[in-house]
Design a protein around this ligand. Structure first.
Ligand code: SAH
Ligand code: SF4
Ligand code: F3S
Length: 489
């Protein structure tokens, strides 16, 4: 049944809302927010949502925590050392708080979700603990702290995607931006804490994604990275509604999708690719069990979808992959790599690898090394296994590989990757690359830097005719261990 709201009632309510907002804005006007992010790109993207929510309430951002009124740390729980880093940083905020006792210190993100109110017991300087799905409640929680209480909200949601919030871009170069397309993860890899800290997987309304990317393009941005823990399981069904009841109706879908059962990741990629040929698209993370040929063909079809896939393997051994609950085996992974190479021979592939997972033998570790020989990854993020409380692995398997052995295996993996990264970079030497200028190089303002389609960083002398945000053709003359050196042609 439709619900009608009497016009004068609606009017009154909005007036009340307005008054409340003005009051809150007045109270917070000019209050300074400092926010620091750890962990994955999703956390950095969330911090932009947080800043947007608070700026709406009158806050300004600052880059110096020592004179901030509110200091937030957006945390990561993925490995023990990630949590340790946050704890150390909190000590430093504690020193600043002694000088500035009115300072509100808040812990956001995955550690907040994992530890909940325990955080308030363990870290006396912390005033607010807020999980990744509760950021809309922040103004209210800060009010509670202003009233002398400590506040916690770690409720996870099945719907929240912050779809309607237009993130403010923090520390931005005005050229690259992250855009969240989904939240949470339903995969339950046995080593991983993310399903517990981020909750159930949910996809964001494609129209809101296209709108955000279009706005970014119109504001001068030239590259968007679509983010999700498993982008290949992105799925939006037209019957889904936004939390505020603003659903996607069939008329608002682009033709072709009208009446279709749902929008999948390949279709979403295409919708974003069609915004403008000069808007480049990257995405992360692809899951080997879910990446489809349809996604690969969509990438091939559109020049502005970068030919680069981050495809975490974790281990090259099928028994270990099973213990990890990755739901693919060595052969399946190789088959996906073959498909990428067949459909887009120029496509770069990077990966994540865990060394020394529970019960991993030397032979099984050797399988990871031989997988690296098979794929010859362009880049890799490599870690020692770190047991996380509450995960399936922590419950089921002993963390039985001695630290020294884990470390040795990791060093072998790192050494091999160094060779392949160099090998791949050398493959780019002697060729011309289309590069998006991102700014001056870190070392010198006589050089520009930017990445090619395959995500390789290039450094080349400044040419006054071209500005950051423009595409240039750069000839790669040589390479260092991590960078291509060249000149604009
Ligand atoms: N969603 C992505 C990964 C997110 S976490 C995916 O499915 O691939 C990023 C990486 O951290 C993982 O790929 C894994 O390599 C690593 N990681 C996660 N949990 C870990 C743990 N307990 N110990 C060591 N590395 C871990
Ligand atoms: Fe963690 Fe696996 Fe989900 Fe990635 S896919 S976030 S590794 S549970
Ligand atoms: Fe870390 Fe949470 Fe991302 S645990 S890796 S910040 S999803």
């Amino acid at each position: 049944m439709m619900e009608f709201v009497l016009p004068d009632k609606a009017h009154d309510e909005s007036r009340q809302g307005e008054a409340l907002m003005l009051e809150q804005n007045d109270k917070n006007n000019g209050r300074k927010l400092y926010i620091e992010s750890y962990g994955c790109a999703m956390n950095f993207s969330d911090s932009e949502i947080v800043a947007s929510i608070l700026m709406d309430k009158g806050f300004e951002t600052t880059s110096d925590y020592r004179n901030a009124d509110v200091v937030f740390i957006n945390t990561c729980s993925i490995r023990e050392n990630a949590e340790q880093r946050v704890r150390n940083r909190l000590r430093e905020f504690g020193i600043a708080k002694v000088k500035n006792p009115g300072m509100v210190v808040g812990v956001l993100g995955c550690m907040a979700e994992r530890l909940k109110s325990k955080f308030l017991e363990e870290e006396k300087l912390v005033d607010v603990v807020v999980g990744p799905d509760a950021y809309r409640d922040l103004p209210n929680l800060i009010d509670q702290v202003d009233d002398g209480q400590r506040a916690v909200n770690v409720l996870l949601s099945r719907e929240e995607t912050y779809a309607d919030i237009n993130p403010v871009r923090l520390n931005s170069n005005g050229i690259n931006a992250f855009v969240s397309i989904m939240r949470g993860c339903d995969n339950m890899c046995s080593f991983c804490v993310v399903p517990f800290t981020r909750g159930r997987e949910r996809s964001r309304d494609p129209q809101s994604i296209v709108k955000e990317c279009t706005d970014l393009f119109n504001a001068g941005y030239r590259e968007v990275t679509l983010l999700g823990q498993n982008v290949d399981s992105y799925k939006w069904s037209p019957s889904q509604t936004l939390p505020e009841g603003k659903g996607l109706n069939e008329e608002s879908l682009p033709s072709g999708e009208v009446g279709g059962a749902f929008v999948n990741f390949a279709q979403l990629l295409e919708m974003v690719a069609l915004i403008h040929p000069d808007l480049r698209i990257r995405f992360s993370t692809s899951h080997p069990k879910d990446i489809t040929d349809e996604v690969l063909y969509t990438m091939k079809k559109h020049d502005n979808i970068c030919k680069y896939i981050h495809l975490p393997v974790q281990s090259g051994n099928s028994r270990v992959l099973e213990l990890m609950n990755r739901t693919y085996d060595r052969e399946w992974y190789m088959n996906r790599v073959d498909a990428i190479n067949r459909i887009m021979p120029e496509c770069a592939i990077s990966t994540d690898i865990i060394a020394g997972f529970c019960t991993e033998t030397e032979e099984e570790h050797a399988d990871t090394l031989s997988m690296m020989d098979y794929v010859k990854y362009d880049y890799a993020y490599m870690f020692m296994y770190s047991e996380r409380p509450g995960t399936l692995a922590a419950k089921r398997y002993a963390d039985d590989i001695p630290e020294a052995v884990k470390n040795r295996r990791l060093q072998e993996i790192v050494a091999k990757q160094r060779e392949y990264s160099h090998y791949r970079l050398q493959g780019h030497v002697g060729k011309v690359h289309r590069v998006l200028i991102e700014g001056f190089s870190k070392k010198s303002d006589k050089d520009y830097c930017g990445r090619n389609d395959q995500n390789a960083m290039m450094v080349f002398p400044v040419d006054e005719r071209f500005k950051p945000g423009q595409y240039v053709n750069v000839f790669a003359e040589s390479c260092t261990t991590a960078t291509l050196l060249g000149k604009i042609v």
